[in-house]
Write a protein that binds this ligand. Sequence first.
Ligand SMILES: Nc1nc2c(ncn2[C@@H]2O[C@H](COP(=O)(O)OP(=O)(O)O[C@H]3O[C@H](CO)[C@@H](O)[C@H](O)[C@@H]3O)[C@@H](O)[C@H]2O)c(=O)[nH]1
Length: 425
Amino acid sequence: MLKAIILIGGPQKGTRFRPLSLDIPKPLFPVAGLPIIQHHIEACVRVPDLKEIILLGYYPSADLIKFVQEMIQEYKIAIRYLQEYTALGTAGGMYHFRDQIKSGNPVAFFVINGDVCGDLPLLEMCDFYGEKDALVVVVGTEAIRNQSVNYGCIVNDKNTGEILHYVEKPSTFVSTLVNCGVYLCSLDIFQILASLFKKKEEEYIYNDLCSSNNSSIMQLEQDVLRPLAGTGKAFVYQTNNWWSQLKSAGSAIYANRHCLQLYKKRHPEWLTNLGIQDLQVKQTPKIIGNVFIHPTAFIHHTAVLGPNVSIGSNVHIGPGVRIRESIILSGASISNHSVILYSVVGRNSKIGAWTRVEGTPCDPNPNKPFAKMDNLPLFNTNGKLNPSITILGCSVSVPSEVILLNLIVLPYKELSRSFKNEIIL
Ligand SMILES: Nc1nc2c(ncn2[C@@H]2O[C@H](COP(=O)(O)OP(=O)(O)O[C@H]3O[C@H](CO)[C@@H](O)[C@H](O)[C@@H]3O)[C@@H](O)[C@H]2O)c(=O)[nH]1
């Protein structure tokens, strides 16, 4: 029997994802029509012997209850949310809830960072794990040299996959093989965490209880992977599958495109597929490439959508609207002949007629194999806003006949004119 833990962090995490995470916890933000962590759950339920999924974080339980109930109904598998009393780090929460994780005696358990997405090779990891006497198997992927330092860097034995050296976000180049934040761990890992916890407690007592260090805070990367490197107990499973972090709001559009592409392989029925026959029989909108449309959305038959568009529930799209490379969240409405390109339109936002909402794609460099998203800061060194996708927070109202370019608009704002390269507070 196997289990899976999805690390979802808490409200203080994911700040670079604002304003998209202002009205919804970041792990529940919909990419390709599904909450980010539902993609992880989808991957987990494909593993035949996986019996329980634990979401681990420090969001208030109330934020997750509805989602957990929906997931249990949808996937008919045990899913629960365990709330840390404070941020305990990527391994501290696991140690705190070790009895729940160990119960039922799983042979191993997955740990998946909630802020990554990709074609996760969970089944392949199980086979690889079975061949090794491993405490932990980590998924690794190639990155380009200057980007690799933003990740956990792994030096491995090319023949066996054994991790020989591990450095978390090194200050200088170590290796182009990076940690994807997806692990398969043996229960024996808790012994390492137990001795670490004991050591930290002793230090705390030795320091006359005046140290502010919380001995419960532990990191999977620094406290487990790094000491295990070179002991023959940690291995890397290397993948060339698509994989990305979801750190900045800009990465949502990039992830949306790739998740829609993955549906082609796993769930073609989720993509809107209007054949020539449909077009002749009934009046339907024109769909280009991969598009997800929630069944409750209304799309006028003269609208043109795609490629890489996700439309949420109860969205209303008027006549002649053109949408490309964008996410339209639930309840939004877009009036006649407006154009939406490289943008996220927030929940319940309203866009008038003949308006253009456009962002700048911030994709990885297509000329460099293995390039990842650059999580650029909001402002460049000259103090100017780095051009990025346009984001309208929830309940934003945009008038007719204006142009919005490279804009971040906070929730509930009523715009009255055109804007360019600005953050509207
Ligand atoms: N439950 C819980 N989750 C946490 C906590 N702290 C972080 N997380 C979750 O753990 C994941 C990783 O956390 P970060 O601390 O933000 O690390 P990172 O910068 O994303 O780097 C990690 O992921 C990279 C791949 O995306 C790795 O390359 C790197 O080595 C590391 O594992 C995220 O999903 C985050 O929400 C915590 O205290 N509690």
